[in-house]
Design a protein around this ligand. Structure first.
Ligand SMILES: Cc1ncc(COP(=O)(O)O)c(C=O)c1O
Length: 379
């Protein structure tokens, strides 16, 4: 079939750089790579309860039928959004079809021409894409570095105060490719001093640290917006932006990824609600015991200096080099462990890594085995 030469060449270059992405089929390896941190994706209880809930409510529909602004705003939306607002101690919430949609919708519509966005250099691709769609100017700051953020804030707050523009700062509470976290309280202090607005993406904190790190630290009233996603620890699909009623009203009117798309099916909304109802201390405690075990094992095996410091479910071993990282990942996979190599250009060249995602359902034995295996590859 016909295919433009230019695109062919781009694929070839990816291949030459050992950076070609391909789709894996599902495998039976021990899971150290999915985002299903609490095992909710495989929960038959959630599956059955969701079905029951839909039958009881007589929601026998397979789809939403249209955009939420046209025919797609079925009753389950308001039920779930009211529930989420209460759960997350916020004035209002707005559900999006995915975290990607939430981030591009927010960043393309909220910051205006003349505004400034300050973003952590390791911010997720969905935020970067949203920023690219925005008319605001954007500047990155060094990963988790408060001092550099403060310098940028001071420099830009003088400029924007004359033009009545706004500064937006965006970070993640758990970084998706590093697993580490910013000092949110310290960030908020300098952000407040400089009259800026903070947005926190909580995709990998939600369910891992209760209702997210912002809430765990009692900072929900200091943050302009939080983005939570349901495709990670909650094991289903979708996302929500948490903030004021005015923010929700604004996004309904201006966020194009909210407006010009078919809404989620009732089944998706029902699964979100049922999954939230299953969040309890048992599954989170098991996950945190595993995180603790993983950390003590990397210390015992003298691997600690290769790992990025993290208390979350994501732990990264920096290898450096696409080929080497891929080779070690392949060997671990051959030995039965599903470990994904994270290659450049997804991460900076030289920082290619193995990304270990921990789950409540990993056994301590599996954790010990995979790390003992890793240690044999004389990194
Ligand atoms: C930090 C972060 N934000 C947003 C997203 C996008 O979420 P979703 O998978 O629901 O589109 C992801 C997922 O990869 C993520 O890691």
């Amino acid at each position: 079939m016909i295919f433009p030469k230019k695109l062919e060449q781009k694929l070839k270059l990816r291949e030459e750089n050992e950076a070609l992405r391909t789709l894996d089929s599902k495998n039976e390896l021990v899971d150290f790579s999915s985002n299903d941190y609490l095992g909710f994706t495989k929960s038959e209880l959630i599956f059955d309860k969701t079905h029951q809930f839909l039958i009881e409510k007589n929601f026998k529909l397979n789809g939403a039928t249209g955009s939420r602004l046209l025919t797609g705003n079925h009753l389950l939306y308001s039920e779930v959004e009211v529930f989420l607002a209460d759960f997350h101690n916020t004035e209002s919430t707005l559900v999006f079809n995915s975290g990607y949609d939430a981030n591009i919708g927010f960043f393309a519509s909220v910051p205006q021409r003349g505004d400034v966005i300050l973003y952590d250099e390791f911010i997720h691709a969905s935020i970067r894409d949203g920023i690219q769609l925005s008319n605001a100017k954007a500047y990155k700051f060094q990963h988790n570095t408060i001092e550099e953020l403060e310098k940028l804030l001071i420099r830009h707050s003088e400029l924007v105060s004359e033009s009545h523009s706004n500064i937006y700062v965006v970070t993640e509470s758990v970084f998706s490719m590093d697993g580490d976290s910013p000092d949110l309280a310290a960030m908020i202090e300098i952000i407040k001093k400089n009259n800026a607005y903070l947005i926190v993406d909580e995709a990998h904190a939600m369910g891992v640290f209760g209702a997210g790190l912002v809430q765990k630290l009692n900072l929900e009233n200091e943050v302009f917006a939080r983005i939570i996603t349901f495709g990670k620890a909650l094991g289903c699909h979708g996302a929500a932006i948490l903030g004021s009623k005015k923010l929700t009203r604004y996004l309904v009117n201006f966020a194009r990824s909210f407006i010009y798309t078919t809404g989620l099916s009732p089944h998706s909304l029902a699964t979100i609600k049922t999954s939230y109802e299953q969040l309890d201390d048992d599954s989170t405690d098991k996950l945190h015991q595993n995180i603790h075990h993983f950390k003590s094992e990397i210390e015992r095996l003298e691997l600690k200096n290769l790992f990025i410091e993290s208390n979350s479910a994501i732990h990264c071993c920096v290898i450096s080099g696409n080929t080497k990282t891929k080779n070690i990942a392949n060997q671990l996979q051959q030995n039965g462990f599903n470990i994904k190599p994270i290659l450049s250009p997804t991460v900076t060249e030289g920082k290619e890594r193995l990304r270990f995602c921990l789950h409540s359902y990993n056994s301590t034995q599996e954790i010990t085995q995979v790390l003992e295996n890793l240690a044999t590859f004389a990194i």
